[in-house]
Write a protein that binds this ligand. Structure first.
Ligand SMILES: Nc1ncnc2c1ncn2[C@@H]1O[C@H](COP(=O)(O)OP(=O)(O)OP(=O)(O)O)[C@@H](O)[C@H]1O
Length: 341
């Protein structure tokens, strides 16, 4: 359904003036309900949104699935102009943009995987002086290019850049486990776009990494928000392989008695994935193997089937995480071998 926009403010007025206008909680909740169908803000979402809408930098530490995206998606709905979202994985950008478009929200991403026709359309909109786009997702590599930077500078000088959101911000830190050299280039954003709030989002930042992220991005007096990582819907259980009569049968039984779960079973070797997947399939569990030995087409069809719940369980090597899938929110997670070896 294409929704009409629900603007809180008109497009007129100077950039500074627009930024200074307050956004009441009620109006923001109205946007949340209208565009996303959620009744209330969760955790620290509202604080983060209010901070960036008032022009303040913000560092936001929230667990996976905590609702970080809303912290920049609501600001994008709150006023005309562009929210730039830096995202490390093309698959994640695609997913978010597809979900936003389904809600009638003007969102796009720029990446090497797009056709030149699609890219041209986005550039035309950005160059128009009155872009209809609200959210533009890009990779850190694109930010590092002179061409894109000059485009962004034009948008900024027209007062149309509202916010820069940096997802998985811990990737900028050499102290972090996921360091991405291209993230270092993001440190120039603060100087290039003075006055534009930067929102750094992550689910994994120990204090040393957190300080490094804040310093590297040049965040000024940022509001630092940290949500609880207690996830009451997750529990851990260890079963020892050597005291089980039949590990495969035990796993199969666990799946069957867990109801309609969505699961991943991690194995150390590709052959174990194939073997266990075949065993579970033969025992009536809808399941598929996923590992680097399968071609791209097959891997992506296994992923699609799992996301759309056609397949209940994926038996995988860590290739599953490398392809950016750990970002999906699982109702159940089974770890085989590594946990019970
Ligand atoms: N206020 C809310 N009320 C109910 N559901 C919400 C709310 N905010 C977000 N969600 C839902 O929570 C889920 C996770 O949100 P989101 O993908 O933004 O999390 P995330 O913190 O970005 O996770 P990740 O670390 O995986 O990127 C989504 O399905 C989203 O629609």
């Amino acid at each position: 359904m294409k929704k009409s926009p629900l603007p809180l403010q008109s497009a007129g007025g100077s950039d500074k003036k627009r930024r200074q206008q307050p956004h009441g909680k009620e109006a923001l909740v109205k946007l949340l309900r209208w565009h996303f169908g959620h009744a209330e803000f969760r955790g620290k979402q509202l604080e983060a949104i209010e901070a960036v809408l008032s022009g303040r930098d913000c560092f936001c530490l929230m667990p996976t699935g905590g609702g970080k995206s809303m912290c920049y998606q609501i600001p994008a709905m709150a006023r005309p102009g562009i929210v730039l979202v830096v995202c490390p994985l093309i698959a994640l950008m695609e997913n978010q943009v597809t979900a936003l478009k389904e809600k009638g929200i003007a969102a796009e991403y720029l990446s090497s995987t797009q056709t030149s026709h699609a890219k041209n359309k986005i550039h035309e909109d950005l160059d128009s002086g009155k872009p209809t786009l609200r959210l533009l997702y890009v990779t850190p590599e694109l930010i590092a290019t002179a061409g894109f930077m000059s485009k962004l500078t034009k948008i900024y000088s027209r007062g149309l850049l509202n916010l820069v959101a940096i997802d998985e911000a811990h990737c900028i830190s050499t102290w972090g486990h996921d360091f991405r050299p291209s993230y270092r280039k993001l440190s120039s954003l603060r100087n290039h776009f003075p006055g534009i709030p930067i929102l750094a989002l992550t689910a994994t930042a120990v204090p040393k990494v957190q300080n490094d992220v804040i310093e590297s991005l040049g965040l000024q007096r940022p509001l630092v928000l940290k949500s609880s990582f207690n996830r009451p819907n997750i529990y851990y259980e260890v079963r020892y392989k050597d005291i089980l009569n039949d590990v495969y049968a035990d796993l199969c039984n666990l799946l069957k008695t867990s109801g309609n779960v969505c699961g991943i079973i991690y194995c150390l070797e590709r052959s174990a994935c194939d073997d266990l997947s075949a065993y579970l399939s033969n025992n009536g569990i809808s399941c598929a193997a996923y590992h680097a030995g399968l071609n791209d087409k097959l891997r992506s069809s296994v992923l699609d089937d799992w996301i759309s719940s056609k397949t209940q369980v994926v038996v995988a090597t860590v290739a599953f995480g490398y392809d950016g899938l750990t970002n999906y929110f699982f109702s159940q997670l089974f770890i085989h071998d590594t946990a019970i070896a």
